[in-house]
Design a protein around this ligand. Structure first.
Ligand SMILES: [Zn+2]
Length: 234
């Protein structure tokens, strides 16, 4: 009989083996320190009915990637920043990321848990993006006479930015992985949408007046997805 896929989390607080099932982490087996992992398959088999019922309720759970490795650091070309990451495990169920100085990040908590670590890195990326892109967009808008009402940072899968009819600009946090000239290009593109909400002739004329080589920038932008770190993509 095939066992469901699971992760093991060691906890110094756990007195017994504990099973948890969530849509994000799938099946997690929490074991006390020193527990013999060879006993896990037998335990899971005993709890099979309960596990199957819970797993069914959540539907498909994202694949666990056995080759996944924690990143040793993060480069953010947009901000010209390079961070190394220091990992510290503790009993917390989630991961917290804080900057120790301007080049070292501390990731503290369930750092062996891929889903939790990725979630924490993405939250951190969003904060950095907000910090960098808000003043950048504001400055560009003031320089060229654009008005936007709000800026939000999101984790979009396939677009760099968007602009709503109410003048809310949404930017992809992954812009932080691009060089500054391409970030600038995306910001100008979205600011032009505050005037023309389409990609018609007037839109391109306006964009070309601000950035004569915008077509090359657009082409360069398509090549960049290959350079994203694995944790930011899925
Ligand atoms: Zn557009």
């Amino acid at each position: 009989m095939m066992l469901p896929r699971y992760r093991v989390r060691r906890s110094s607080r756990a007195r017994h083996v504990n099973l948890t099932i969530s849509p994000v982490d799938g099946l997690v087996v929490v074991v006390p320190r020193g527990f013999d992992e060879r006993l896990i398959p037998g335990l899971l088999d005993e709890q099979r009915t309960w596990i199957d019922a819970r797993l069914d309720r959540f539907g498909p759970i994202p694949d666990i990637n056995p080759g996944w490795q924690r990143p040793a650091g993060v480069s953010l070309p947009a901000a010209n920043e390079r961070w190394s990451i220091d990992y510290r495990t503790n009993d917390s169920a989630s991961v917290r990321i804080t900057a120790r100085d301007d080049a070292i990040l501390c990731a503290t908590g369930a750092v062996e848990n891929e889903a939790q670590l990725r979630a924490a890195l993405l939250r951190w990326l969003k904060r950095r993006a907000q910090h960098l892109l808000t003043p950048w967009t504001t400055e560009l808008a003031a320089r060229h006479g654009f008005k936007f009402s709000r800026l939000t940072i999101r984790h979009q899968r396939s677009r760099w930015g968007s602009c709503s009819s109410r003048g809310t600009i949404s930017l992809n946090a992954k812009l932080m992985f691009l060089p500054p000239n391409l970030v600038n290009h995306v910001l100008l593109h979205e600011l032009c949408h505050t005037i023309y909400p389409h990609h018609g002739h007037e839109f391109h004329e306006l964009l070309a007046s601000l950035e004569p080589d915008h077509r090359q920038q657009r082409a360069a932008l398509r090549e960049t997805w290959a350079n994203m770190p694995d944790w930011a993509l899925r």
